[in-house]
Structure formats: C-alpha cells, structure tokens
Design a protein around this ligand. Structure first.
Ligand SMILES: [Zn+2]
Length: 237
C-alpha cells in the first residue's frame, strides 16, 4: 500500500482511537453509577433516621402505658377512700374528688397522646417498609449497572487494543519524517490532518490549490497544502 493510503488510514484509526478512548474514560468515570450510589446513601440515611424515630416513639408509648396505669391506680385508691365512708369531713372529701378528677383528666390526656403516637408509628412503619423496598430496588439497579459497565469497558478495551495493533502495523510501514509531521498535524487538526482535494481545493482550509501542487499531488499521491500545511492525499492513485 502506498504512503497516501497508509497515512489516510492511520488518521482514520487515530480518530477511532480518540473516540473509543473518550467513551472508555466516560464509562470508567461511571457517573450514572455514582448517582445511584448517592441515592442509595440518602435512602439508607433516611431509613436509619426512621428507625430511630420509631424506637423513640415505642419507648414513649411504653411510658404512656406506665403513666396511665399509675394515674389509674392513684385514682382508684382515692375513690376507694372517698366511698369507704370513713371520711366525714366535707372539705376533705371535696378536695379528694377534685384530685381524682385531675387524675382522670391526666389519664385522658395520656390516652390521646397514646392514640396519636400509635397513628404516627403506623405511618412511620409504613414509610420504613417503603424505604427498605426502595433500597432493595436501588441495590439491584447498582449491581446491574456495574455489571453492564464492566462488560462495556471490557468490550471497548478490546476494540482499543485492536485499533492500536492496526495502527502499529501502519506506523511500521511509514517513514519517521512523515509520521512526525502527521503527529504534529493530528494534534492541531484532530479531524482533518490528512485531507483530500475537493474541486481543486484543500478540504481542510477550503483554499484553491495552485496547479503545480495539484499536478504533483496527482503524480506522487501525497503533498502538503501550500496554505494550511495539512497533508493532502490523492486516494485514487
Ligand atoms: Zn489547506
């Protein structure tokens, strides 16, 4: 194969290497996976807070039960005394009745609190179940996503090594001087270091080429653009 075709093919391979390398870097960065993992962290955090809330409310519920029981006992004790017939002092009896009423009021308040807490707890537990379910779902997504990424990375690494092997074979056939020129140009024009002539113009800079350059190109198959310095090739030769 002639230099013109080789250098053109080299550029095609280098373009593919650039693309695949970019894709590979994106895959390795794993933005989607990181997003999922941060969602999972948030869910785990929410779950822990809920568990703490539930624990605290269950403790409070227990406390309510104990308090309610103690008010109930106090009230009963008072009532027993009131109805025992042993106390005849009207004022004292009145005081005791008031006290018993207070205990009953306290009992009522605790019963309300107990009811509210039970409602809240059932909501919290429902919410916790949902969080646990969502964590399961996101764990599955993370594991699927990881597997998929690993496969894609492996695939692209294979493609990249094939491309590099093809590149090596071409590089081996080209002389150092043209390779050096090409490398510099490819850095500057990653899409068009090597171009063809279109309507007697350089396809890189779109400037009409002098007849002398064109005729030499048609003979040699390779030439530098007199305007931009890109490598011109005639692939029909
Ligand atoms: Zn040019």
């Amino acid at each position: 194969m002639e230099r013109n075709n080789l250098i053109y093919q080299l550029q095609e391979i280098d373009k593919k290497i650039t693309d695949v390398s970019k894709q590979l870097a994106e895959k390795k960065e794993a933005k989607g996976l990181k997003e999922l993992e941060s969602q999972k962290d948030k869910l785990e955090n929410d779950k822990q807070l809920l568990e703490e809330t539930i624990e605290a409310k269950e403790k409070e519920l227990k406390k309510c039960e104990l308090e309610s029981e103690s008010y109930f006992q106090e009230k009963r004790k008072l009532e027993n005394e009131i109805y025992s017939g042993e106390i005849n002092d009207v004022d004292q009896l009145e005081k005791m009745r008031k006290k018993a009423d207070q205990y009953e009021k306290k009992e009522d308040e605790i019963a309300h609190r107990f009811y509210d807490l039970t409602e809240e707890l059932s909501e919290n537990k429902e919410e916790l179940e949902k969080k646990v379910e969502n964590i399961k779902i996101i764990n599955k997504q993370i594991s699927d996503n990881k597997k998929q990424l690993e496969e894609q990375i492996k695939q692209q690494e294979n493609i990249l090594s094939e491309l590099k092997y093809k590149k090596e074979k071409i590089v081996y056939k080209l002389d150092e001087k043209i390779l050096e020129e090409y490398e510099l140009l490819f850095e500057k024009y990653p899409d068009s270091a090597v171009v063809q002539v279109m309507h007697d113009m350089c396809a890189g800079c779109n400037i009409a080429l002098p007849t002398s350059v064109l005729s030499e190109l048609h003979v040699e198959g390779i030439k530098k653009c007199s305007n931009c310095g890109r490598i011109l090739v005639d692939l029909d030769l």
